[in-house]
Design a protein around this ligand. Structure first.
Ligand SMILES: NC(=O)c1ccc[n+]([C@@H]2O[C@H](COP(=O)([O-])OP(=O)(O)OC[C@H]3O[C@@H](n4cnc5c(N)ncnc54)[C@H](O)[C@@H]3O)[C@@H](O)[C@H]2O)c1
Length: 354
């Protein structure tokens, strides 16, 4: 089988995990890289052994050797690049969030349907080992019907700055950046029920707190703290058509004692904690049991999960199979995220027609 020729578009911070994973995948070839910063693209090409450093996007989309792209650019470019790539006959892996808005995501979905190519959304947590172990228990009915989930991803000081902090380029703050992951992984494990209503709140109370010293955090490649037009905290209650509900809170900055990630699911036969450590809760012989799976990584392993995400994408492309993170799922998550922002802005519950 010949190798899949891939180009990574956008060679900033997260591209390292795409490039490093393609490099380790024996069925993939890092054919090219492209970034508006040619200097950055060249450095990454050298580091990861890309054959071509493209100098413009047209050349990427017109290259007959190319088969797939990873889109790792600012959120405001995802829709345009994804649609152009699909129209050029390429398989597409686009980083999360799928787009800036629900409307944009529908346009991508339409292009994906026409193109009949593999389309994968960068829902990396779906590829994590702890998620996959838990999913087997869920699919086997060990938790019964999951009727409630609760997820938190709160950073004390962690606004990545640059474009992340500019709503025109990112579409929002911690909700669209961090919330997208934890909402998606809960929704995926809950069996992907359609959203019925959402209530959300967003707060802009603390700014980016770039005054804080001696605490490191994830930063955009072009870190800059001079502009901040995104929320610093968001919370939401999401209700699904089957009556199940999901409560979420996320922050870029918050006066909390430590960074926290927690993902919990509660069902009629059992419960589970995916983060911070996989744990299954059940009942046998009138006794409550906390079950501790014996696996290497009970928590999300960044490097391994990206490797598994890229492996999944490469396999799907080479075998022409649907990804486990298809475009429709990205669209439903965009609907939820947009609903939360709208609810917060208008101070009302958003109810969807089903
Ligand atoms: N899956 C995850 O856990 C995860 C984590 C971080 C970021 N992300 C996503 O990855 C994407 C990139 O984030 P990042 O942290 O790498 O940001 P970054 O700012 O570090 O890198 C983005 C790169 O895109 C380039 N770029 C911007 N506009 C471009 C254009 N029009 N054409 C070509 N290149 C362009 C920039 O020059 C920069 O090098 C975002 O969508 C973000 O949400 C995902």
């Amino acid at each position: 089988m010949s190798k899949l020729n891939v180009c990574v578009i956008g060679t900033g911070s997260i591209s390292d995990f795409h490039l490093g994973s393609y490099q380790k995948n024996k069925d993939a070839q890092i054919y090219g890289v492209f970034d508006v910063s040619e200097e950055r693209a060249k450095a990454k090409a050298e580091q990861f052994g890309a054959k071509v450093v493209f100098s413009n996007l047209e050349d990427v989309f017109n290259d007959p050797e190319l088969q797939a792209v990873s889109i790792c650019t600012w959120n405001n470019t995802h829709a345009e690049f994804a649609i152009r790539a699909l129209e050029s006959g390429l398989h597409v892996l686009v980083e999360k969030p799928l787009a800036m808005t629900y409307e944009e995501s529908l346009k991508i979905q339409e292009a994906a349907k026409k193109a009949n190519k593999v389309f994968q959304v960068g829902f990396v947590r779906r590829f994590a080992t702890n998620t996959n172990v838990l999913k087997r228990f869920v699919d086997a009915g060990k938790l019964g019907d999951i009727y409630y989930a609760k997820a938190t991803c709160t950073r004390r000081v962690g606004n990545p700055g640059g474009w992340f902090a500019d709503v025109e380029k990112s579409g929002g703050g911690p909700l669209i950046d961090l919330g997208v992951h934890i909402i998606d992984v809960c929704w995926y494990l809950m069996g992907k029920p359609r959203v019925k209503k959402v209530t959300g709140h967003t707060y802009k109370q603390l700014g980016n707190r770039s005054n804080i010293e001696n605490l490191s955090f994830y930063k955009a490649a072009d870190y800059d703290a001079s502009k901040n037009t995104v929320e610093d905290l968001a919370n939401a209650l999401i209700t699904f058509e089957n009556g199940a509900s999901l409560m979420v809170d996320v922050s870029f900055t918050l006066h909390t004692a430590k960074d926290e990630i927690s993902v919990k699911l509660f069902g009629t036969k059992g419960g589970a904690e995916l983060e911070p450590e996989l744990k299954i809760v059940t009942e046998e012989f009138n006794t409550v049991l906390n079950v501790h799976p014996q696996i290497n990584d009970l928590t999300f392993n960044f490097v391994e999960s990206f490797q598994q995400e890229i492996n999944g994408f490469v396999n799907a492309c080479l075998e022409n199979k649907e990804s486990i993170a298809p475009v429709e799922d990205g669209v439903e998550i965009m609907k939820i995220l947009e609903g939360i922002y709208l609810s917060a802005k208008e101070g009302r519950e958003i109810v969807y027609e089903l």
